[in-house]
Unconditional design. Structure first.
Length: 128
């Protein structure tokens, strides 16, 4: 059962400028694993923007709960290259309350724009 859907777009250049002006911002927005590519190099700005769009989309799918930090939502990459969402702390607790068991994510970047669509799947937790 679909428990939530979220979508977001991010201007790659704008995020890149923000990260350049405020170096500590990357640490607040992204986990160490998110900042590094599978090859061990720093991720390109477009890749970071797609991950940030995914985090925004996850927040929308969760209904925008207060108290969820950016690093409570982690976007990783499976061995196949497919993106995966992992929630931690308050984001995980809220997802559990909503009955969310699986995250589906599609992200892309082109022409200076990064996009993400997230579908939260799970069980109906309402009492009948």
């Amino acid at each position: 059962m679909i428990r939530g859907v979220g979508a977001d777009v991010v201007d790659v250049a704008r995020l890149s400028r923000s990260l350049g002006r405020t170096p500590a911002l990357a640490d607040r927005l992204f986990t160490p694993a998110e900042r590094r590519s599978p090859a061990g190099t720093d991720r390109a700005p477009a890749s970071l923007a797609a991950r940030f769009a995914t985090k925004e989309a996850v927040l929308k799918a969760l209904g925008g709960p207060l108290g969820v930090g950016w690093r409570d939502i982690e976007v990783t990459q499976c061995a196949s290259g497919r993106p995966a969402v992992h929630t931690h702390g308050p984001a995980s607790a809220h997802a559990t309350r909503l009955g969310i068991t699986t995250w589906h994510v599609s992200l892309s970047h082109d022409a200076g724009i990064a996009t993400a669509v997230v579908v939260a799947e799970g069980t109906d937790t309402r009492q009948h």
